[in-house]
Design a protein around this ligand. Sequence first.
Ligand code: BES
Ligand code: ZN
Length: 633
Amino acid sequence: MRHKIITLLLSSTLSLSAPVLAAPSSESPAPEEIAPVLIGADAIDIWTHAQPHVARVTHISLDLDVDFTAQNVGGKAVLDLWTAPGAQQIILDSENLAISSITDDKGRALPFAIGASDPRLGAPVTVTLNGAKRIIIHYRSAAGASALQWLPPAMTAGKSKPYLFSQGQAIHNRSWVPTQDSPGIRQTWDAKLTVPADLVAVMSAEKLSGDKGERLKDGRRRFAFKMDKAVPPYLIAFAVGDLHFQSLGPRSGVWAEAEMLQASAYEFADIEAMIDAASALYGPYRWGRYDMLVLPPAFPYGGMENPMLTFLTPTLITGDRSNTDVVAHELAHSWSGNLVTNATWSDGWLNEGFTTYFENRIMEALYGKERAALYTDLDWDDMSRVIAANGGQTGPKTRLNGTPGDGLVDYTKGSNFLRMLEVKLGRARWDAYLKSYFDRYAFQPQTTAGFLADLRQQVLQNDPALELSLQLDRWAYGAGLPDNAVHVKSSTLAAVDQQLAAFAAGGPASAVNVKGWNTQQWQRFLNGLPRQLPAARLAELDNALHLSTSNNAYARSAWLQLAINNRYDAALPSLRQFTTSVGRGLFIKPLFTGLMAQGDWGKAIAADLFREARPTYHPSVANSVEAIIAGEE
Ligand code: BES
Ligand code: ZN
């Protein structure tokens, strides 16, 4: 392996504008082999205190116990370091960690200082190394750690045992792991988790202990894991609960509470075929197993691509397999995101836009063009809405690259960028390029500029006509939507549009034929209804289509948005029930935003609902809703 060791940067050791440095491409580099590689001057991570060109974490070894009574995790973290010649200290990220000691591997105390805490970034922990290449930290997480959600038994399916999970993306893992929490600083890791006797721990890594762990003398259970591929630290994740496993194939399976296991296994039965399709498209699946964990409804996301163990919301389980686009999405992150990673969160579209595109190719490979078009067409609707809401063709927040704007731009405009490339270059050429891209940048960070330079070098090769027709810079750096975007349309949704037109023309709600509708048809219908409707028409819809009692969370959320928009009081019990039992931000945040837009009527309801719902939300969703209610979002 060849490494570029950057020494010229070391003179300016502690300058704030340190470039992010990348680990070289390798599946499991030995710590001493890792030397930083400069990946581009634009890759400055402003969400970390780390100075990776001075000293960087290469491996983390955790030995933690989980205390459900005190609601904290803690124990020991052993960090292996790469240090530049002459480096005196390492800076770690932390959020309210209670650190009791830091020593070298001989047990000699190392001086450390915890700096002022930034409300978003947390506090830097500066450790004087005295030549150490390995440091040992004893610590505990604080109450309210932003990565962790502690669920009382009532918020689980089984209702009898507590549950705990972590959510690291984007910068939350510093609330339970003392490390350099930047996506450009890849680290291998291993962990031991000690949990109460009747619970099971799982992690985003290879499991070294049996399904029931190892029983300790004091009755608790200890589980061991290892991740020997260098990952960005936001991908370290765990969950503890009354968990059971069902195999779905040779390299896949699903974890869930017993009550959810059968339905989960049914919903995600196609996972092996998805892995095959994804590998056939863009290169081998490099992570060994692909398991899924179905969490309680408080889980704040649709899915989270934790390596080897995707975390999923139970709201996907509608019994008709119509939301497995989310599984395809999290699986696709095994390439875009987990293998080739946004160097900083300003390049988030390299994770989410690539993944949304790739997800759709997996859906097409398994279920055909029309099924894939369902999702693409709805994404187009979302994109049009988000661009319009953020200033249209000139709105700065509609840009892909730069300060993170509305996340939906990354997903929808990002995936449409790649779809345009597919259409303009032709599938064969585009697919070959993308496959080689994932291979050549495997286990490395990437920037927008890096991707464009690579595409130009590998594909455009100074072809001026091609350069002109693709408008690469306009897509990557410009506002709004370039005019070469490709709108894929779904005939299934066009049929829904006809029913919408009939209803809008005054037709009765009872004439709307919803028989066999999947999530996407419901979404098109409910989001396509006139935004202003009289109470009588809303009542008619609710009576005919049973929207207020729908068990499909996508449909329910879309209906409640419409109801809020019309100050439709009859839907309030349904709104209360929904916002206090589901924690998925995608569904919950628009409801609060909608309420806040409805003057005193909505503001009073929002405040009241939030008081009740807040303890059921993950800290990240709770904070977002709080900001919405405070008028900051
Ligand atoms: N990585 C994201 C979840 C995420 C995004 C966590 C930003 C923290 C910050 C995940 O892959 C994702 O995109 N989830 C989506 C589902 C997807 C199909 C649109 C979600 O949660 O809805
Ligand atoms: Zn994603």
